[in-house]
Write a protein that binds this ligand. Structure first.
Ligand SMILES: *[C@@H]1O[C@H](CO)[C@@H](O)[C@H](O)[C@H]1NC(C)=O
Ligand SMILES: *[C@@H]1O[C@H](CO)[C@@H](O)[C@H](O)[C@H]1NC(C)=O
Ligand SMILES: *[C@@H]1O[C@H](CO)[C@@H](O)[C@H](O)[C@H]1NC(C)=O
Ligand SMILES: *[C@@H]1O[C@H](CO)[C@@H](O)[C@H](O)[C@H]1NC(C)=O
Ligand SMILES: *[C@@H]1O[C@H](CO)[C@@H](O)[C@H](O)[C@H]1NC(C)=O
Ligand SMILES: *[C@@H]1O[C@H](CO)[C@@H](O)[C@H](O)[C@H]1NC(C)=O
Ligand SMILES: *[C@@H]1O[C@H](CO)[C@@H](O)[C@H](O)[C@H]1NC(C)=O
Length: 358
């Protein structure tokens, strides 16, 4: 929805006190990550790098759970990537059924933790509101980084006339999405209804706000209809991506401390692009887990047709590969190079010694 700046400013002035940011636990369970597949630095109690990377597991086939924000809130983990993403399922940040504003339980303050809510550009996370005639604002702790969106439905007949339809949230009524800025570890959140001529004309009085990875979310009119009947949205389960990093230092600072430096053999360090801390990556020619001792292992390029650069003999070496030509052939042996050519047959070369200077 495009909205005049002056209208946004007016809306902002109407806002009541802002609330802390809450993110409730998801109500249903269906994670695909098993408790036995958790990569270091994450791990079960005693196996993780430190308390903040601990994953709770009831049993090996139970869903892995992550505790966040120093509370008793546990979020089901859907995936962990060594490139610094971790996806969890959450419920709503807030549910607003005027005149009551329901804070979902669970204060989220990620300050001092390895986690940052992933920004829209790197993960597709969006602040999302379902409802009619509402405005939501998230305000970063600096009071500057902010994100806002407004939902419109216009009238109850919008349903009947199919002005509101299933599909992506941003292109239909009853739903809006806003970008998530970088570095969001803590924020204030406000959800407020706007007075319009349509207000109350058979519209949902409730609204719900949440973060979600856009590509795992599809807006449906059922969600609005549930809110209209003051029922919770049945699919109260949203996939949210967090960024994680090690510590709060730069690579240069961390490298000086041998005992705590997380990047193991055959890996390098890079600074996190969102929030504080650093991450590790296997060196060129190696792959695996750079955080685990001997986790980065040599890639055998010769065994992989995609990586094998040779037409002739392939010789795998630690972190690299070289090529050679079979006996009796000449060249550098590389697909991108001179390849391998047969030497001039003996009989021929005998007679042509002058022409071919081999
Ligand atoms: C608002 O809260 C009051 C007091 O807790 C309760 O009686 C009332 O039913 C609530 N109204 C709505 C719409 O949830
Ligand atoms: C977002 O969701 C899609 C679809 O479920 C998934 O393929 C993708 O990996 C998710 N993105 C992140 C960063 O987790
Ligand atoms: C966020 O809310 C808290 C508590 O209401 C308040 O003290 C703080 O100043 C607010 N921060 C911003 C950036 O508005
Ligand atoms: C609401 O009304 C405005 C102005 O009449 C229109 O531009 C917009 O498309 C309508 N939105 C919906 C969801 O019907
Ligand atoms: C939207 O999708 C839901 C199922 O998700 C379906 O029940 C409903 O009829 C659909 N509405 C429209 C207008 O297509
Ligand atoms: C960095 O982390 C250490 C250990 O967790 C902590 O003692 C220190 O206060 C942190 N420093 C900053 C600037 O956050
Ligand atoms: C990590 O290594 C992989 C494979 O070599 C590479 O594709 C990726 O860009 C690297 N990431 C960073 C941040 O260096």
């Amino acid at each position: 929805m495009i909205l005049g700046l002056s209208l946004i400013l007016k809306l902002l002035l109407w806002l009541a006190a802002s609330f802390g940011a809450y993110m409730s636990e998801a109500k249903y369970s269906s994670s695909s990550l098993g408790c036995i597949d958790i990569p270091y630095p994450f791990g079960k109690s005693g196996e993780a790098m430190n308390k903040q990377f601990e994953i709770s597991c009831q049993s090996d086939d139970a869903a892995p759970l992550l505790q966040l924000g120093g509370t008793s809130m546990y979020y089901e983990v859907e995936s962990i990537s060594l490139q610094g993403h971790l996806s969890i399922y959450t419920g709503a940040i807030a549910v607003d059924c005027p005149p009551n504003f329901t804070r979902e339980s669970g204060w989220i303050d990620l300050e001092g933790t390895p986690y940052t809510i992933s920004d829209t550009k790197s993960s597709g996370n969006m602040l999302t509101i379902i409802g009619c005639e509402n405005v939501a604002v998230i305000l970063g702790p600096d009071g500057i980084s902010a994100s806002t969106c407004v939902t419109f439905c216009n009238s109850s007949i919008a349903f009947a006339t199919e002005e509101i339809s299933n599909g992506s949230c941003s292109s239909t009524g009853g739903c809006c999405q806003a970008f998530i800025p970088k570095g969001l570890k803590r924020f204030n959140f406000t959800l407020q209804s706007i007075q319009t001529a349509y207000k109350g004309l058979g519209q949902p009085s409730c609204s719900q706000a949440f973060f979600v990875n856009q590509s795992s979310f599809k807006f449906s009119t059922d969600m609005l209809l549930a809110l209209m009947q003051d029922e919770p949205i049945s699919q109260d389960r949203y996939l949210v991506t967090l960024d994680w990093a090690i510590g709060n230092e730069t690579c240069e600072e961390a490298r000086l401390k041998d005992e705590t430096y997380a990047c193991k053999k055959n890996s390098y360090c890079y600074t996190s692009a969102n929030g504080v801390g650093y991450r590790c990556n296997c060196s060129l020619g190696y792959d695996g887990n750079p955080y685990a001792a001997d986790g980065c292992t040599d890639i055998n390029e010769c065994m992989d047709p995609q990586l094998n650069p040779c037409v002739g003999l392939c010789i795998n070496e630690p972190g690299s590969v070289s090529c050679a030509c079979p006996h009796g052939q000449l060249g550098d042996g590389r697909k991108q190079g001179s390849g391998c050519r047969n030497m001039v047959p003996l009989e021929l070369s005998l007679g042509n010694t002058f022409k071919f200077a081999y």
